[in-house]
Design a binder for this molecule. Structure first.
Ligand code: NAD
Length: 510
């Protein structure tokens, strides 16, 4: 552990790693005297203390990024492409190391953590094609002797504010396209699991990213507000809960910044009577309890139509005892602990409330018996959940799956469409006509057909509707490239001695 005069009190304790900022290509210990605890959720002990940036420290990062930007944006496309390939290769080579860092601070199991890094890598692979992605249009002879062409240029300094549940992948969704487009970047990762961002910063430096082009400032609301208010930041990408997403969107926009703010979710999986029930049950268990339900694309509500209900609840129930819950570092664990003790207890409270409100508790995760102080909770299955119950209304963000029974397809779709969130949704059926109708009328940004977690591949874009996204732009893919660049259209005429003459009239296009 680095011992420094300014180290916050909990960072000076034995065995606690101090986690500091990364500015201008090196670790910069925080000076604010404020920090937050970082836990290993599998053992329930504090392992780190992360510095919280002051307004002045955020300003220092912004000034550093602004100084680095002009030279960086002047890099040729081929040189930047070469660098993006090197970054991709280094992240790939360190995938297991990064996964271990994620597991140690987030708690997700190693295979899931490696999957997270892999999905981030796919975004890096996509932006290795940046010369093609930034290609503009050209119209020769748009008017007589006049050509028109479009180009896309970087915005300047852009910031990313990210959630705890994907500490590597979601930042990659942002910094990958942002850097490839020629922007300088400031990352404010979640204070709950901040270490992966520092290891990534080292890898970016090793790959050859110039100092100051990629910076990490840690912190809480103080750092976030400093980002939102700083005139030197041109755009903000945010992923996190809906109330904060709305706050980020409103305040970044008020301060003249381009902003995309992705929020929370309540993802429904509709199961029609003709569905393959075993396939649907496997999918529901995987998508509800994977990563302990701490995914924005987790399925948290299954809507059964007609007689699919009894069969599916029974099939899910049979599978639950086989879900192996344990520390993420152990290779046979399938589900790890939750992020904090407080969050675990809050998630657990929904089971009792659901029972009080009239739901049937088919499986109660509170009955899980584990040694030690880790933030573990077993899997819960609630049946006969109604739309006015807390378990349905709130984004629980834990291993609690609700089943809502609907009599008809129309009733199921109405339920989905009346929900305030609109991130992901899935339908399980063998009926192509029903699928076609579903994709036409369902109000969500990402739709799965017999696929429970329809996270788009890297060359499409990720984003929800309604309270799951504030702003116009989805993230990564083509919309990510648009978000991190601005268009310019050039109307050009070169002197042609044969046709040149004085003309005081307004320029005509025909
Ligand atoms: P969160 O909103 O609490 O935190 C996200 C970020 O905002 C963090 O960096 C945090 O430091 C900052 N923050 C927290 N409170 C703040 C405040 N009052 N003012 C300013 N900044 C603040 O979210 P979380 O708990 O880290 O992550 C889980 C949430 O993220 C869930 O709601 C989940 O659905 C959502 N999420 C959404 C997506 C998506 O793509 N739509 C992806 C992943 C996670």
């Amino acid at each position: 552990m680095t011992e420094l005069a300014h180290a916050p009190a909990d960072a000076r304790r034995e065995g606690i790693t101090r986690i500091s900022h990364w500015i201008g290509g090196r670790i910069v210990p925080g000076q604010s005297g404020r920090s937050g605890p970082v836990y290993n959720p599998a053992i329930g002990e504090q392992t780190g203390a992360v510095d919280f940036a002051s307004v002045e420290e955020v300003d220092r990062a912004v000034q550093t990024a602004r100084e680095a930007f002009p030279a960086w944006r002047a890099w040729s496309l081929s040189k930047r492409t070469d660098l993006m390939f090197r970054i991709r290769q280094l992240v790939h080579e360190h995938k297991e190391e990064l996964a271990a860092i994620l597991t140690a601070e987030h708690g997700k199991v190693l295979s899931d953590a490696a999957g997270e890094v892999q999905r981030g890598l796919e975004v890096l692979e996509h932006v290795c094609g940046i010369p093609t992605l930034l290609r503009g249009d050209y119209s020769e002879q748009a008017s007589t002797g006049i050509d028109v062409y479009s180009i896309r240029q970087p915005l300047g300094v852009v910031a990313g504010i990210t959630p705890f549940n994907f500490p590597a992948m979601v930042p990659m969704w942002m910094w990958g396209p942002a850097l490839a487009c020629g922007n300088a970047f400031i990352l404010k990762p979640s204070e709950k699991d901040p270490s992966a961002s520092l290891r990534v910063a080292e890898l970016l430096k090793e790959a050859g990213v110039p100092d100051g082009v990629f910076n990490v400032v840690h912190g809480d609301k103080v750092a976030v507000d400093a980002i939102l208010e700083h005139p030197g930041i041109n755009a903000v990408s945010f992923v996190g809960s809906t109330p904060i997403a709305k706050y980020i969107y409103e305040n970044a926009a008020k301060n003249g910044k381009r902003v995309q703010a992705l929020g929370g979710a309540k993802n429904h999986m509709v199961v029609l009577p003709d569905a393959d029930i075993d396939m649907a049950a496997d999918a529901a268990v995987s998508a509800a309890y994977g990563s302990a339900g701490e995914r924005c694309m987790a399925v948290s509500v299954v809507v059964t139509v007609g007689d699919a209900g009894d069969k599916l609840v029974e099939a899910i129930k049979q599978r639950l005892p086989n879900v192996k819950i344990g520390p993420g570092m152990e290779s046979d664990s399938e589900m790890g602990p939750l992020i904090t003790r407080e969050h675990r207890d809050k998630v657990a409270s929904y089971v009792e409330t659901a029972r009080d409100q009239g739901a049937t508790v088919v499986a109660d995760g509170r009955e899980l018996d584990v040694d030690g102080d880790g933030f573990f909770l077993g899997v819960s299955l609630l049946d006969e959940v109604k739309p006015d119950m807390d378990a349905y209304r709130d984004e629980i963000f834990g291993p609690v799956l609700s089943v809502v029974r609907a009599d008809t397809y129309d009733e199921a779709v109405k339920l989905v469409n009346e929900n305030p969130y609109g991130n992901g949704v899935a339908i399980f059926t063998r009926d192509g006509g029903a699928v076609r109708r579903f994709q036409f009328e369902v109000e969500a940004g990402m739709v799965g057909v017999n696929v429970p977690i329809p996270v788009p591949v890297a060359y499409y874009s990720f984003g929800g509707w309604k309270s799951s996204l504030f702003g116009e732009s989805h993230i990564y893919g083509p919309e990510g490239i648009n978000f991190y660049t601005r268009g310019k259209v050039v109307t050009s005429r070169w002197p042609d001695p044969a046709t040149s003459k004085v003309d005081l009239g307004f320029p005509q296009t025909r």
